[in-house]
Design a protein around this ligand. Structure first.
Ligand code: GLN
Ligand code: ZN
Length: 764
């Protein structure tokens, strides 16, 4: 019998119930037991929805983050929250979200404010976890209460429970040593806590525990490989069976290590790492279970079930008995819950998709076909086949003209007419900017009125003309404010954009939008990635009207504002029927047309945001070059068709450039604006060391904080910048867009910024 199981279920709820309950509790609008009760109801519902599986995950539910849950299970709380007097769940939220020193909660007087734990991306997903904190002194103390309570709950509901935990080596690796001590020195202590946890679960009669070790799909040095052997040999004595779960990529050179760790079963991502399977079959000891993640847990397409069966049947035969399990490739946390809730989605496109619940149905079909023969599910397989074939053949997916344009791409297309050194004086003559020119990154505050106008327009309550004049009034306001502030290069403010990717996706052919396609990003925050389903075309100009209007209001240069192809790609659900690089180049050709239209409309400065370029880097460094090559090429195709006099800007809101500086330089934007304020300009070292030749606008203040930067502070930062980059190539701007701020914060902050630029001009 081939068994089915699931690695994790989306916890936010099909209608984002958990999000709303959390936010209400945090605001003090509902009591703790209401939140707890909702958690229990969601778990119960989700287990019912997984009832067809042979094993269902337990412990995957979380009020904030599964890694933070693990820190609490291991008793690894940052020292700053250890003395908390209140409820444990509140303390958990204190670590997750921080608490200001001016709070008014019950324990404010005794426990004061605390800083939130740092947050970072979970491997190559858009899910963010709370980074475990370590010091050389870290001690672990098991608290299995959460897991045991959920286990008891599951059992009471008749769930065939498989507790899920983050494995010790991954847990250590994704944490941060606050004192720069060697994290691996903590491994022996950590393993004691894990051993105690596994024994506690064994004492409850648990048979299988899923222990997640996605670190195994990354490059491991000898110490970390050794840590794997140490860890799992030490945990061997525990009386539960361990299913070691890897996902998000290929094991490659870690195949031997993973196959031979002393555990009862190994799960691998057979969507991204299918090539691992044949070698693993040879490497794995004969008693081990192999769990194959054959349904894509990262994307929303229907699985081609016949193709999977063609591949799986011989493997099932070879493994025999109960050694083959099947599952989604990874936790379904990364996909939305239920396709059935989508009533507005185009029916044809909907018929090509599967969300979490539909993926579990697919899994069930596969196991029935494997266990009883394909005939037992003949009709369902035929329906699947029909949907898959329809998608493959659909003219909405395939556009020969786009294919032809992709085939015509050559190196020339992405090359500016002249090098930076020739372009820069031409642009200077056209734009006539002072030294240390000031600008902003694009968006101005998205006020309640703006959001209201947009939603009334979408709901059909506000007509096209009414909407247009509401947005024009906002644009006029932001132009007025910028002129009064004395900024040098203005922006229109992005009032008409709800989201920097969605805005473009909605206007490109080849994109679809869901209503309920929410995926948890962190805590209560969700994103709804647009669905890139077909060859991309741009039916008409997307931004030109707005920018032209904004330019008509001022004599200062107005920046045209676009989102770049790599960022649009990385923040979408993308096609699985062609390489990402091809989808990216299609986007590049479409945005290129927009760039050229802006230029034709007389716009002299065009910014192409690539906020998500860095986060698209593959998990393995050995694959970075390939990604960067096509990502940079896509940007170049988008940006570099313009004349020498047109100034291209790009923006990236992060601050780690060491590894990718050569690629950044290769993009050849005339100006790059980046986030720097929190690094005290030190990250400019990467640009300095590389002798980065073009202009840079290092962010001078953090837009995430309501604090108003002082003029002196900005001058200080810019002086530090000028020690690294010649002053004549520096711009002055904030770290990122201002849409989450209020005008009352923006005005004084930018006033100080402009004053700082004037002060700097006076000294050079
Ligand atoms: N132009 C965008 C804005 O200002 C950039 C946002 C981003 O980099 N995340 O909002
Ligand atoms: Zn940004």
């Amino acid at each position: 019998m081939v068994l089915t199981h699931n690695l994790g279920f989306p916890r936010i709820g099909a209608q984002r119930e958990l999000k709303f309950a959390l936010e209400s509790y945090w605001k003090g609008a509902s009591p703790r037991d209401e939140l707890q009760a909702l958690g229990a109801r969601l778990r119960q519902r989700h287990w019912q929805q997984q009832a067809g599986l042979d094993l269902a995950p337990v412990g995957d539910f979380s009020f904030y983050d599964q890694v933070l849950d693990m820190s609490f299970t291991l008793g690894n709380l940052p020292e700053r929250v250890q003395g908390f007097h209140g409820d444990a769940l509140d303390n958990y939220f204190r670590v997750a979200r921080g608490r200001s020193a001016h709070g008014s909660d019950d324990h404010h007087a005794c426990c004061g404010g605390v800083a939130a734990g740092e947050m970072t991306k979970w491997f190559d997903t858009n899910y963010h976890y709370i980074v475990p904190e370590f010091t050389a002194q870290t001690a672990f103390k098991l608290d299995a209460s959460r897991l045991l309570a959920q286990l008891a709950e599951a059992r009471a509901q008749g769930v065939k429970a498989k507790p899920v935990i983050v494995g010790p080596v991954t847990y250590l690796a994704i944490g941060k040593a606050k004192d720069d001590s060697d994290k691996l020195a903590l491994l022996p202590r950590l393993l004691e806590a894990y051993a105690e946890l596994l024994d506690t679960l064994a004492a409850q009669g648990v048979e299988w525990v899923q222990i997640d070790e996605p670190l195994l799909v990354t490059e491991l040095d000898a110490d970390w490989q050794h840590a794997y052997n140490t860890a799992y040999h030490q945990l061997k004595g525990c009386r539960v069976k361990l299913l070691l779960a890897t996902y998000f990529g290929q094991l490659l050179e870690n195949q031997y290590l993973a196959a031979n760790l002393p555990v009862a079963g190994l799960h691998i991502d057979a969507v991204n790492g299918r090539a691992d399977v044949t070698p693993l079959l040879g490497l794995m000891p004969a008693h081990k279970v192999l769990s194959l993640g054959v349904i894509d847990g990262r994307n929303i397409w229907k699985t081609d079930l016949a193709a999977v069966l063609d591949w799986l049947e011989p493997i099932a035969q070879k493994l025999g008995g109960d050694r083959l399990w099947i599952a989604p490739s990874c936790s379904l946390l990364h996909v939305p819950v239920d396709l059935e809730s989508e009533h507005r989605l185009d029916p044809e496109i909907k018929s090509w998709l599967a969300y979490a619940l539909q993926k579990l149905d697919e899994l069930k079909l596969l196991s029935t076909a494997l266990n009883q023969g394909r005939d037992a599910v003949k009709d369902a397989l035929a329906a699947n086949q029909a949907a898959v074939a329809a998608r493959r053949a659909s003219p909405r997916v395939h556009n020969p003209a786009v294919r032809a344009a992709i085939a015509r791409i050559d190196a020339e297309l992405g090359r500016r007419k002249s090098g930076y050194a020739q372009r820069a004086p031409l642009q200077a003559a056209r734009l006539k900017l002072p030294a240390f020119p000031t600008t902003t990154i694009g968006s101005f505050p998205q006020t309640a009125e703006i959001r209201q106008a947009r939603s009334r327009f979408k709901a059909g309550e506000l007509g096209e003309a009414g909407y247009k004049s509401a947005m024009q009034a906002e644009i006029a306001r932001s132009v007025r404010e910028q002129e009064a502030l004395g900024l040098d290069v203005l922006v229109h403010g992005e009032a008409e954009r709800n989201d920097m990717v969605e805005y473009f996706g909605e206007q490109l052919d080849g994109y679809a939008f869901s209503q309920f396609g929410w995926v948890q990003s962190y805590g209560s925050r969700c994103v709804k990635p647009p669905i890139l389903f077909g060859d991309i075309t741009r039916p008409k100009a997307m931004t030109v009207e707005w920018i032209r209007y904004a330019q008509s209001l001022t004599n200062k240069p107005m920046k045209g504002m676009l989102t770049g192809p790599v960022t649009i790609l990385n923040w979408s659900f993308v096609r699985d029927d062609q390489p990402r690089s091809v989808s990216c180049k299609q986007l590049a050709l479409a945005i290129r047309e927009e760039v050229l239209d802006l230029e034709k409309a007389g716009v002299g400065v065009i910014q192409i945001d690539e906020a998500a370029l860095r986060e698209g880097l593959p998990l393995r460094k050995s694959q970075w070059k390939n990604y960067l090559d096509w990502a940079v090429e896509s940007f170049r195709i988008t940006a570099n068709g313009v004349d020498d006099e047109t100034q291209i800007h790009t923006h990236m809101c992060y601050s780690e450039f060491n590894d990718i500086i050569a690629s950044i330089a290769d993009m050849d934007a005339d100006v790059i604006t980046i986030e720097t304020s929190r690094s005290d300009m030190e990250l400019l070292d990467a640009f300095d060391d590389f002798n980065y030749p073009n202009q840079i606008g290092p962010g001078v203040y953090d837009i995430h904080s309501p604090n108003i930067p002082t003029r002196e502070h900005i001058v200080q930062l810019m002086k530090k910048a000028a020690e690294r980059i010649p002053a004549e190539r520096l711009w002055v701007n904030p770290d990122c867009g201002l849409k989450t701020r209020q005008w009352a914060e923006v005005i004084p902050a930018l006033t100080h910024m402009v004053e700082a630029a004037r002060a700097l001009r006076a000294v050079i």
